[in-house]
Design a protein around this ligand. Structure first.
Ligand code: G6P
Length: 372
């Protein structure tokens, strides 16, 4: 009912507005003396000390959250991490054992593909940790350890606030493991914690400063038939997530690509007028990565692409090449994706609304897929 939506036009609109809280509530209670300390993982230090590999398994949006998490786990905890779709993992005789930690990510905790993959991993002797948004769901019950996301109930079929909470939970997990394994100093962990604690306020700023602009822009784009998304590094999974959201709720053909892969194929798709979202990494973190993305933009613009840049406030280098710029606040390199996804969620929602579609209940999809 409208009452449950708290005055919002859709559950998705309400849930996007709750993205700052989803991050803040997932962090709450897990910081002690400036260092990450996840109470649910007390007593499991030996488990984390004894692993030499992490495999993240999930489906849909949760798998893209996993792709972001991989960067943080490897960079901070120095444990090799891979991401695999749950339904692929199970059917390929993966090399896993007691020194493997399988981290599953699921909003509902009931996705059958993910559940079966967790059970399979356990049978093969791997350790299992569930990142889940639903207290007492089946997947956490089947796992050795649980880190709940606290995004609150998510009703819209397409996942939004759960995604930012899933990335947040993995960052906490990565810092927790880094602490146990001594791969980061307390000072370094404290720095990342400060960054993480600033994220909710930065998301709120995107919502207050950019939401109306992005929705207006989405209206102009309502007749678009195909949209491409490009990103590098942690921007790559965000490109995939931006494309998925558009497919799910606006039924527009959309693809996400790693920007470096352009010349190996996707650039053939570029024709005059083709809209391309480009996730531009901050020039201050890696001038090299930034300049590479700017040259990607130049390459496709020269072939007529319409560029929509998602770029940091103050990044003027994109201005000569972008038809539209969606701004996000400055953040540390691994924190950019949690911010950059927000404009893409707003865009998909705006476009779906502009097309007069049911934002919350897209055709053919279910919130939780409990069959294989
Ligand atoms: C379904 C939903 C997606 C979701 C996926 C994984 O396909 O439509 O929005 O990302 O399941 O769901 P989970 O509950 O496991 O995160």
């Amino acid at each position: 009912s409208a009452a449950d939506k708290g005055g919002w036009s859709s559950f998705m609109a309400k849930e996007v507005s709750e993205e700052p809280d989803a991050v803040a509530n997932t962090v709450r209670g897990r910081i002690r003396d400036g260092i990450v300390a996840i109470p649910e993982l007390d007593g499991l230090d030996e488990l984390f000390a004894g692993i030499n590999r992490i495999i993240i398994i999930a489906c849909g949006t949760a798998a893209y959250a996993g792709m972001v998490g991989k960067y943080a786990i490897e960079q901070w905890a120095r444990v090799p991490a891979d991401v695999e779709l749950a339904h692929e993992f199970r059917y390929r005789d993966p090399v896993i054992g007691p020194d493997t930690l399988v981290v599953s990510i699921s909003q509902s905790g009931e996705t059958m593909d993910t559940l079966m993959a967790v059970k399979y991993a356990r049978e093969r002797g791997a350790k299992t940790l569930s990142i889940c948004n639903t207290q007492g769901a089946t997947i956490p019950r089947e796992s050795d350890a649980i880190v709940y996301t606290h995004a609150g109930p998510e009703v819209a079929v397409a996942s939004t606030k759960a995604f930012v909470a899933q990335v947040t939970a993995q960052y906490l997990l990565a810092l927790h493991i880094a602490h146990i394994r001594g791969t980061l100093s307390d000072t370094e962990i404290a720095q990342q914690v400060l960054e993480l604690e600033e994220v909710p306020e930065k998301i709120s700023r995107i919502l207050s400063d950019e939401q109306a602009h992005i929705e207006q822009f989405a209206k102009w784009m309502a007749d678009t038939r195909s949209v491409l998304f490009l990103g590098r590094h942690v921007g790559y999974p965000i490109a995939l997530e931006g494309a998925l959201k558009l497919k799910e709720i606006s039924y527009i053909h959309a693809e996400g690509f790693a920007a470096g892969e352009l010349k190996h194929g996707p650039i053939a798709l570029i024709e005059p007028g083709q809209p391309v979202f480009v996730l531009v990494p901050s020039p201050s973190h890696s001038p090299l990565l930034h300049s590479k993305v700017i040259s990607n933009i130049q390459e496709i613009r020269a072939r007529g692409a319409r560029i929509i840049a998602v770029a940091e406030e103050g990044d003027a280098a994109v201005l000569p090449y972008a038809d539209e710029v969606l701004r996000i606040p400055f953040a540390g390199p691994l924190f950019e994706p949690i911010l950059a996804v927000v404009p893409l969620h707003i865009f998909a929602m705006g476009l779906s609304t502009a097309k007069g579609l049911d934002v919350d209940q897209p055709r053919n999809l279910a919130k939780s897929v409990t069959v294989e």
